[in-house]
Design a protein around this ligand. Structure first.
Ligand SMILES: NC(=O)c1ccc[n+]([C@@H]2O[C@H](COP(=O)([O-])OP(=O)(O)OC[C@H]3O[C@@H](n4cnc5c(N)ncnc54)[C@H](OP(=O)(O)O)[C@@H]3O)[C@@H](O)[C@H]2O)c1
Length: 224
């Protein structure tokens, strides 16, 4: 069945590949991007229906506008993939409050605000799903002092996923680790391609028999 799917940070990296794979499966993809021009350029190169929309995940009003326009055109939104994220290079004893805020704003408040904006427009879906792209660096076992703002943001995002799963019992709300993926964030040494990195998100968005409140990696539940 064709789904209506919103992907944040869809203009490059793992988000772009998620858009490509979902469009190739015949779904209607709303590609959130901060720079609409860049979004249009990449969306035009994808086979299938990919609609670029200007969306900074720190802007809830824009998200509500997109949700309204999308439901008017296509009906209820089925899936929200909170993919947009930023990395930090820091140490917990030195990280500034400003840097912590920057990372939390995008990686935690972003998914929270996007969910608050889109969830009311997903209630009529037969199978509403939210997927938060987290990281292995968000696991309890991975809370080392380096990249501290990033690690803490993903740890918090995992907790937020549980809260949202509780608040939205008719939804499937999950978070996941894409693996270490060759992107601007992951760098050239990463072992995985974007195709591999996008796989679990696409599976969580479309497969049958998915439950709610899990942390996934390589299509399996992982402890965090
Ligand atoms: N790559 C890895 O190895 C890896 C591993 C674990 C988890 N992850 C997670 O996977 C997700 C995607 O990572 P990636 O490697 O594809 O990163 P990336 O190549 O750096 O791309 C990040 C994307 O997020 C967007 N973005 C950042 N801040 C945003 C904001 N405020 N509003 C809207 N969009 C925003 C960027 O948009 P602009 O182009 O406008 O900057 C870009 O599209 C992230 O959540 C990341 O933490 C990645």
């Amino acid at each position: 069945m064709q789904k209506i799917i919103v992907v944040t940070g869809g203009n490059r990296g793992i988000g772009l590949e998620i858009c490509k794979q979902l469009a190739a499966k015949g779904h209607i993809v709303i590609m959130g991007c901060r720079d609409e021009e860049k979004g249009k350029q990449v969306a035009d190169s994808i086979n299938g229906v990919v609609i670029p929309k200007k969306l900074d995940v720190t802007n809830k009003e824009d998200a509500i506008k997109i949700a309204k326009e999308t439901t008017e055109l296509f009906g209820p939104i089925d899936v929200l993939i909170n993919n947009a994220g930023v990395m930090s290079q820091d140490n917990v004893l030195e990280v500034s409050a400003e840097e912590q805020r920057r990372v939390m704003e995008t990686n935690v408040l972003g998914p929270l605000q996007m969910t608050q904006a889109f969830a009311p427009f997903m209630q009529e879906s037969d199978d509403p799903r939210i997927i938060n792209i987290s990281s292995q660096m968000g696991q309890r076992y991975a809370q080392t002092a380096d990249h501290s703002a990033y690690r803490l943001s993903k740890y918090t995002l995992n907790g937020l996923t549980l809260q949202l799963a509780d608040a939205l019992p008719n939804f499937k709300v999950n978070c996941m680790h894409p693996g270490w993926v060759k992107t601007d964030m992951g760098g050239e040494s990463a072992p995985l391609s974007v195709e591999e990195g996008a796989d679990t998100a696409v599976w969580l968005a479309t497969a049958e028999g998915i439950s709610s409140g899990g942390f996934y990696c390589e299509r399996g539940v992982m402890e965090w």
